[in-house]
Design a protein around this ligand. Structure first.
Ligand code: ARG
Length: 395
């Protein structure tokens, strides 16, 4: 019997997919689940997969790898799609693709499968990832081809085949969550004029319900990596999870946007990413202090491109990887401390300090200690403005 490795979430779609792949394709189904957000009960997940018909299960906690190899490069790139979305889902998919390919090779499977729909970006990220890593693997996307056209039909199918269906009422939203953030779509959010109801948010408090007094936190970076929170050493995963909790209480990191999907449609999405919001700000504020003007301005341009490549599923592409090397190249200098104020939905950098700082108070000051050569400015302007002076004279 040929084998397929299925990216399994434990939800209704992928549970039906296990049975459906066995029935339609006569394949042996091996389920793979990665924990990169909450660590759910692994035994429960295995049991569900087996009940649905899986012959074998891989349930792996991949948070550390996710933080090191996927979040950190995105942080260094200051990656936000269309200026807002910190790409949590978009960077989770290539990790899934990587492990699907790894397990398929180990199990000598000919196929991999996933539970993405035909309308989203996620199918692209997984499939382009797989094809880049191992073009021999054949890919099946049950949700694009199967006969079910509603949740009710899937539930009937599940009942018929004794696949466990969660008794709890399904959320009206489609949610994808990992430690870098959460994406929430569908339901009432599809109306772009409607304000997202409070119950749509999972990780953050409403700014109306945040503590009255602001809170100050300090983040210390060493070579681009956030290593201490309020003076206490933290692993990257712990840092991110702590910041999600702390900044979430202050309602930080909510986004409501219309975004341009790769598949051509515009969609209304809401995101919550408290830790990403704080860390992206903190990192770029520190970089502003330790890098020169040309570097910073150029980086902003390629950062936009980088976010598009990642959003478009090109994580394993040569340009994306070359840009990673560029962003990595100056991280040694990104060492120092940033002070952030959390207050009613906002995280604001209010202090910075680094032994690599290029900021000179003696040059910047307007006080008597000023060491800036004001006279030199005159000659500078003469030369800088020369081309335009020439043009004006010719008019
Ligand atoms: N629109 C976002 C993206 O393309 C989020 C996708 C979320 N996926 C989901 N199954 N809810 O990255």
């Amino acid at each position: 019997m040929k084998k397929v490795v299925l990216a399994y979430s434990g939800g209704l779609d992928t549970s039906c997919a296990v049975k459906w792949l066995k029935e339609k394709y006569r394949l042996e189904v091996i389920c793979f689940s990665a924990f990169i957000g909450e660590v759910k009960d692994p035994e429960k997940l295995r049991r569900r997969a087996r009940q649905a018909g899986a012959s074998k299960t891989y349930v792996e906690n991949l948070k550390t790898e996710f933080a090191r190899d996927f979040i950190l490069p995105s942080l260094w790139a200051h990656a936000r799609y269309e200026g807002k979305y910190p790409l949590a889902t978009a960077i989770g998919r290539p990790l899934i693709a990587k492990h699907l390919a790894r397990i398929a090779e180990k199990e000598k499977a000919d196929y991999v499968a996933h539970g993405c729909t035909g309308k989203g970006n996620d199918q692209v990220r997984i499939e382009v990832g797989i094809r880049t890593l191992n073009p021999k693997l054949k890919i099946i996307a049950p949700l694009r081809v199967w006969e079910f056209s509603s949740r009710e039909e899937e539930i009937d199918y599940a009942r018929k085949h004794k696949i466990p269906v969660d008794a709890t009422k399904a959320s009206p939203y489609s949610i994808d969550k990992n430690i870098w953030g959460i994406a929430i779509e569908a339901g009432i959010l599809e109306n772009p004029w409607t304000e997202p109801p409070e119950d749509a948010y999972v990780m953050t408090r409403s700014p109306a319900k945040t503590p009255k007094k602001p809170r100050y936190i300090t983040i210390e970076f060493s070579r681009g990596v956030p290593v201490k929170l309020n003076g206490v050493h933290k692993s990257l995963v712990d840092m991110i999870e702590s910041l999600n909790r702390i900044a979430g209480i202050y309602g930080v990191g909510r986004f409501d946007m219309i975004e341009n999907r790769l598949v051509g449609i515009k969609s209304r999405e809401i995101y919550e990413a408290p830790a990403a919001e704080v860390l992206l700000q903190a990192h770029s504020e520190l970089e502003s202090m330790v890098m020169d003007r040309e570097f910073i301005h150029y980086k902003r341009v390629v950062s936009e491109k980088y976010a598009q490549l990642v959003y478009f599923g090109l994580w394993f592409s040569p340009l994306k990887q070359a840009l990673d090397q560029f962003f990595k190249s100056n991280q040694r200098r990104v060492t120092g401390r940033i002070r952030i104020k959390l207050d009613r939905g906002h995280a604001t950098c209010v202090g910075r300090e680094s032994s690599y700082s290029l900021y000179s108070e003696k040059l910047a000051t307007y006080s008597a200690d000023d060491q800036f050569d004001h006279k030199a400015a005159e000659g500078f302007m003469k030369v800088w403005g020369l081309p335009y002076e020439g043009m004006a004279k010719r008019r």
